[in-house]
Design a protein around this ligand. Structure first.
Ligand code: 13P
Ligand code: SF4
Length: 388
């Protein structure tokens, strides 16, 4: 998304000045405002968050504050879109910098997914015509589990995807998942169909299916959207249980088994804890894997003196180290790896949106058109119904 440059008054603000002005604007707005902060946000932003969390928790937090007129989401675009979809029109969701996207989410586009669905239809018989109108979420969104046969393919999208992909899965009997509930979501999907089309993160899909006992070679196919049949034979697609989109996170693909081995050699007794967006060999080599919230809770609950090598974004890892001085916490990757798009939420942008709100002007509202939001809401509600 395009973000116009900040007025020079804001562009030149020091972090200290911005912090004072952010707090003043928050005080002026009072309970009309809730600020949400994803765990990858820098310290200068997270200190202003009323609630911190992973994608799953923040999606729930967004829907849990009906009193707030404004939800300022310090995270990336797909998170703000999800919050807008899950909240009524009377609440406005604001992303301080509209250029804060997610490169993984950009790896699957709606035309590519529609094309994949059509090609799969030819091979495994995906139903072509979805039901015409979305059910109201209060009527319930769960399709019943399959009786005989079930759907040939159930689409599941990671929450790191655009709203129109969430609408696609809602319309086609699928669900959204996050790293918190990916195992429950995949089980849910397999109760309703024979196969899962999972996008856009191949690694979360592969790691989760592997943990469920599926074989990466026999039971999984990788779908390259730039090749016919995703680069697979029709037979392999018929055999596969999981068709995994060829997308990845550029931050998490940097983690390697060599780094795990080095950490184990240098710190005997270290526990290696990674995000499930890491490649399968790293996931297997680690002791534990889970969402950002899981990573934080796990280290917080660990005994004093324990040592943790963590495979995820550096702002989270550095803060975790600072907030747990009785433990040794370090990043698996010695070359630090920030998420460059999360980093675009700079204090100057937060100050700019909040001071505008306090003065009665809404800037950077994220509004998903209802034609898309209706089915996307069905898919997100299934994610919440499936539970963590
Ligand atoms: P979490 O839902 O675990 O916070 O992950 C979000 C994300 O983008 C990880 O790269
Ligand atoms: Fe997207 Fe990766 Fe950044 Fe998460 S860490 S927001 S998946 S680019």
């Amino acid at each position: 998304m395009f973000q116009a440059p900040l007025p020079s008054e804001y562009a030149e603000l020091t972090d200290d000045l911005a912090a004072g002005r952010i707090e003043a604007a928050k005080r002026a707005l009072g309970s009309r405002l809730v600020v949400l902060g994803h765990h990858y946000q820098r310290d200068e932003i997270i200190r202003h968050a009323d609630y911190r969390g992973d994608s799953y928790k923040l999606a729930k937090d967004a829907g849990a504050h009906p009193e707030a007129e404004f939800i300022v989401f310090c995270g990336v675009h797909f998170m703000a879109e999800s919050a807008d979809i899950l909240t009524p029109d009377s609440q406005t969701v604001i992303l301080p910098n509209l250029a804060a996207g997610c490169s993984m989410a950009d790896m699957a586009g709606i035309f590519q997914v529609r094309s994949a669905w059509k090609q799969l239809a030819a091979v495994v018989g995906v139903p072509e015509s979805p039901p015409p109108t979305p059910p109201s979420v209060s009527e319930g969104t769960n399709h019943p589990p399959k009786t005989e046969g079930g759907a040939p393919v159930v689409p599941v999208t990671y929450i790191n995807s655009a709203a129109n992909l969430k609408a696609f899965v809602g319309e086609h009997g699928g669900t959204v998942c996050t790293s918190t509930n990916a195992p429950a979501a995949l089980r849910w999907a397999l109760e309703r169909g024979d196969k899962v089309l999972f996008f856009p993160d191949q690694h979360l899909g592969r790691n989760t299916a592997y943990r469920m006992g599926f074989d990466p070679d026999r039971d999984m196919a990788l779908w390259d959207p730039f090749k016919p049949l995703g680069g697979n034979s029709a037979d392999h697609l018929r055999q596969a249980k999981f068709i995994l989109w060829k997308g990845h996170c550029s931050v998490h693909k940097r983690f390697t088994v060599e780094q795990v081995e080095r950490a184990r050699a240098e710190f005997p007794g270290v526990s290696v804890l990674v995000h499930p967006e890491c490649p399968l060999d790293v996931f297997k080599a680690a002791d534990l894997a889970g969402s950002t919230e899981y990573i934080i809770k796990t280290v917080e609950a660990a005994p004093a003196g324990s040592v943790w090598a963590v495979g995820t974004e550096i702002n989270l890892v550095s803060r975790l180290a600072k907030e747990n001085p009785d433990k040794t916490v370090f990043c698996l990757d010695p070359q630090i790896c920030p998420c460059s798009t999360m980093y675009r939420i700079h204090p100057s942008f937060l100050c700019w949106v909040l001071e505008n709100l306090a003065a009665g002007t809404v800037v950077n509202a994220v509004r998903v058109p209802e034609a898309i939001a209706a089915w996307a809401r069905v898919a997100l509600q299934r994610m919440l119904d499936v539970g963590p």
